[in-house]
Design a protein around this ligand. Structure first.
Ligand code: ADE
Length: 419
């Protein structure tokens, strides 16, 4: 088996500098790394990670290694790898990485197999492809596994489905559900990085555009907020009445996607579900409509139907495919419908990934310590971890907050006192 598989090991120098740049914005993870170096809480633990291979992920890998873990890394998406980072992790950090930006599906799955060859004790996933392969075709390795962590909403949904059907074979902590993860990473991270991806791919003006966001979860809220801040007329499409109501009261226009399709200039899907922008939408879209996805998998835009409706396709700019319909109208798909923030830009900024990956690091230790008492189920991040991370982040930002007085604490713990 190859010891690593990266695009070009010669990119390591550039990658190292970019990792250094990211680490400057990750004070919580740096603090954990310092502690890990002293205490080695992951000594002897083998961790297989399937994450987006970015500068921030590199900082996490180095932190886990500092804690004594043996780690191997593959990509959690074929188009999100930063090749210079992959090279640096191999060359400078001596961490085996299997990831090449633009790899085909066969190589993508081969790379997951490559990290599984580590015989992991802990799996660290972003989207649950690693867990899925372990349970489907690599069952013999399950005996080594004590637990796992999951980074993203889509992965948590898949894992809960596995747990509900009774097929999940080890405990997994849903890092996504920590407050210090989804309130910041999903909202401000996806908000900023999605706009960043669309801008880098298209260089179009957001101001004055009709900007359609499908899905008003934490990611959708973030994207809509940022598009609105840049002067777009933002329209939300939703299936959940509660979220639709919230979007309305947040000041957005709500429309079914088939109606929004007629007037949108730029579309972003962030729902986690399939065929959100489908054949009937393409049929009514304006000439020049830009369609992108920031959800985990490339299933939200029905590109297969678009191909059938089209008479030609060409790549007009990096990450921009132009489909000319039989009617002559042109529709632009960004990043092949894969998450545009990581395909055309660099993913979430380091400052939010700091908290997400601090959760990953501390949850790995929690898993190593507590796996024997945990069932084969999906667990919440322990409250003390969430709290510790928010405190460390505030401290690093130089923000001071008040403390409850004894009197206030007693009041909160009592029920007798009213007006
Ligand atoms: N997911 C979104 N942004 C990311 C980043 N910068 N690194 C790793 N995973 C991510």
């Amino acid at each position: 088996m190859a010891k690593y598989d990266v695009k070009d090991i010669g990119l390591a120098k550039k990658g190292k500098l970019r990792i250094e740049w990211a680490e400057m914005e990750m004070p919580v993870l740096r603090n954990i790394k310092k502690d890990f170096l002293k205490k080695k809480p992951l000594r002897g633990v083998r961790i297989a990670a399937c994450l987006h291979v970015t500068t921030e992920t590199a900082c996490l890998m180095e932190t886990l290694k500092a804690g004594g873990a043996e780690v191997a890394l593959c990509a959690s998406n074929p188009l999100s790898t930063q090749d210079d980072v992959a090279a640096s992790l191999v060359k400078n950090s001596r961490i085996p990485v299997y990831a090449i930006k633009g790899e085909n599906n066969r190589t993508y799955y081969q790379h997951i197999k490559d990290v599984l060859a580590l015989k992991p004790n802990i799996t660290m996933d972003d989207g649950a492809d690693l867990v899925s392969m372990l349970h489907k075709s690599h069952k013999a390795l399950l005996k080594h596994v004590i637990g796992g962590t999951e980074e993203t909403t889509t992965g948590v949904i898949r894992l809960r489905a596995m747990a509900d059907k009774g097929v999940l074979k080890y405990p997994i902590i849903a890092v996504n559900d920590a407050y210090t993860k989804h309130l910041f990473d999903n909202r401000y991270g996806t908000g900023q990085s999605t706009i960043d991806g669309i801008l880098r791919a298209t260089n179009r003006l957001i101001s004055g555009s009709v900007f359609v966001v499908s899905g008003y979860g934490w990611c959708g809220r973030g994207v809509a907020m940022r598009a609105k801040g840049m002067g777009a007329r933002v329209i939300i499409s939703e299936v959940d009445p509660l979220k639709a109501l919230e979007a309305t009261m947040d000041g957005y226009e709500l429309l079914p996607i088939k109606e929004a399709a007629k007037i949108g200039d730029i579309f972003v899907t962030v729902t986690g579900d399939i065929n959100v922008i489908h054949k009937d939408c393409f049929k009514v879209m304006k000439d020049g409509a830009i369609v992108s996805n920031s959800g985990h998998f490339n299933v939200e835009i029905d590109i297969t139907s678009l191909k059938k409706l089209s008479r030609s396709k060409r790549t007009i700019r990096d990450f921009v495919d132009e489909y000319t319909l039989k009617s002559g109208r042109r529709i632009y798909i960004l990043g092949e419908g894969r998450l545009i923030n990581l395909a055309a830009a660099e993913g979430h900024p380091s400052s939010v990934m700091d908290m997400s990956f601090a959760n990953q690091a501390l949850c790995s230790v929690h898993m190593a310590k507590n796996c024997k008492t945990m069932d084969n189920n999906v667990y919440k991040v322990p409250v003390n971890i969430d709290r510790k991370i928010s405190q460390l982040k505030l401290e690093a930002m130089g923000i001071k907050i008040d403390r409850l007085t004894k009197e206030q604490e007693e009041y909160l713990n009592s029920w007798e006192l009213g007006t």
